[in-house]
Write a protein that binds this ligand. Structure first.
Ligand code: ZN
Length: 466
């Protein structure tokens, strides 16, 4: 009998990991990293709850680390088969996993210096750059809408998820003892207002649906309102001659922002003369986006074409890249009139912290928060009105204006999740809610019940039959 076991993103939104077993094969869907609180992060180093050597195939829905970030560990723990993902995901994955390996190795090295001094045993990094290279040798890029066999009796088809470039909904056809069951995994379901990306594909049939529920409890603020607000903040800052700092995630959010700033620019409504993208990883990801312009949604692609733009760079000609540390340091000399986009998204690392040090204490500086900020991060502290921020060993006073824009989400809001699910036919599939905090899942379950769905919330390690 074919089964599905929930091994991750069960009690939260990170560590996505699901195992499909038939009598003859085992396929892993997602191999995500646990992120956030220390007790969650510690789970990354634990052995997998299955034998990686026994797996026949691995499938990844998209490049975000909470869906892909334990892949090098899986390979270093013995997995030798193929890893299937979309082609764009493959390119983004390389950037993200190498960065993750680099940061992890550096972090462990730093911890080990302390541990050595206090006589404690040394730690091993979760994986190394070499493990990442090995994992890549096993990856295979698949085009959307093509049904392929990934293991005996298991066929896969990726559909557009509209979440980030390359993101996919996963359709799996699982055959066991002459019976075929169709499983649909929403992956991270996109927000249909997102720039550049196509809308999530509508699917009508399945025997079992795994639905994400990150924003299962509410809808996002209207997109129009969010853009108006962004416009007003930028306009005000330009009039004051002050800098605007935007901490941003390298993949997805940054490219969306560049597109929106490009729209303002093309409409003659951007008063600033300079947009600095100060993040090597975001620059690399933007270059990948440029190679996939043909998969952008028609409206946005047309808008770029009408402006004779072939890249986000030509759509927003005042955009400058800052790749090296020297170029980044030079930005400190800009005292006003610039928009500075830098990582990390939650301000807990990366170059944004340097820009905070040089700008947060200045009255008139504007900080725009455009992404999710987890509890305990400096980004969260800023939203919550922190008076000072601890940066590079000093307390920096916060005199900047901090704005939070709620409408830039790469995830579907509650109504969008509900609408997407309601496309499934009358022969209603069983629905399992994953990838959400408990209260979000409960809220989504209640609202889905109004449409006649009896969605289930699986527990960690729970197995269901297909
Ligand atoms: Zn994601």
């Amino acid at each position: 009998m074919a089964t599905l076991t929930f091994f991750g993103a069960v009690e939260g939104v990170t560590g996505s990991c699901y195992l499909i077993r038939t009598d003859s094969v085992q396929v892993l869907l997602e191999c995500g990293l646990y992120q956030g609180r220390a007790e969650e992060v510690r789970q990354n180093a634990q052995p997998f709850p299955f034998d990686p050597e026994e797996l026949d195939a691995v499938i990844l829905s998209h490049a975000h680390l909470d869906h892909s970030g334990r892949l090098p560990k899986l390979v270093s723990d013995g997995y030798r088969g193929k890893v299937y993902t979309t082609r764009a995901t493959l390119e983004l994955l390389e950037i993200m996993l190498k960065d993750a390996a680099f940061l992890n190795e550096r972090d462990i090295e730093w911890q080990n210096r302390r541990r050595a001094r206090s006589g404690k045993p040394l730690l091993e990094p979760l994986y190394t750059l070499e493990d990442v290279e090995n994992a890549f040798a096993q990856c295979e890029g698949v085009t959307y809408d093509r049904r392929i066999t990934v293991a005996g009796g298991i066929e896969l088809c990726f559909r557009e998820a509209g979440h980030i470039l390359g993101s996919a909904l996963v359709e799996l056809y699982v055959s066991d003892k002459g019976v075929t069951r169709k499983l649909v995994f929403s992956g991270d379901l996109g927000n249909d207002c997102a720039a550049l990306l196509r809308d999530p594909e509508i699917i009508n049939e399945a025997d079992l649906v795994m639905l994400e529920s990150t924003y299962g409890d509410h809808d996002h603020r209207s997109h129009k309102q969010t853009l108006d607000e962004l416009h007003d903040i930028l306009s005000g800052a330009a009039d004051e001659g002050t800098n605007v700092l935007i901490p941003s995630f390298a993949v997805g959010r940054t490219q969306e922002l560049l597109f929106r700033l490009g729209e303002f620019y093309q409409a003659g409504e951007l008063k600033q003369q300079l947009v600095m993208l100060d993040s090597p990883m975001a620059i690399a990801a933007t270059e990948v986006y440029h190679r996939y312009l043909h998969v952008f949604n028609q409206e946005d692609a047309q808008q770029m074409a009408e402006s004779r733009a072939t890249t986000l760079h030509s759509f927003l000609p005042i955009l400058r890249y800052s790749r090296t540390a020297e170029e980044s340091i030079a930005i400190n000399r800009i005292k006003g009139g610039a928009i500075i986009i830098a990582g990390s998204g939650m301000c807990d690392g990366g170059r944004i912290r340097h820009h905070f040090k040089h700008n947060l204490w200045r009255k008139g500086t504007h900080v725009i928060i455009v992404g999710y900020q987890a509890y305990g991060t400096p980004g969260r502290a800023l939203i919550d009105g922190a008076k000072t921020l601890h940066l590079f060993g000093e307390e920096v006073v916060v005199k900047a204006n901090v704005h939070t824009l709620g409408g830039f989400s790469a995830h579907a809001g509650q109504s969008q999740l509900r609408e997407w699910l309601n496309n499934f036919s009358a022969a209603a599939p069983r629905v399992f809610l994953v990838h959400g905090e408990e209260e979000k899942k409960q809220a989504l379950r209640s609202v889905l019940a109004k449409d006649g769905w009896q969605a289930q919330i699986p527990g960690m390690g729970e197995t269901v039959s297909l």
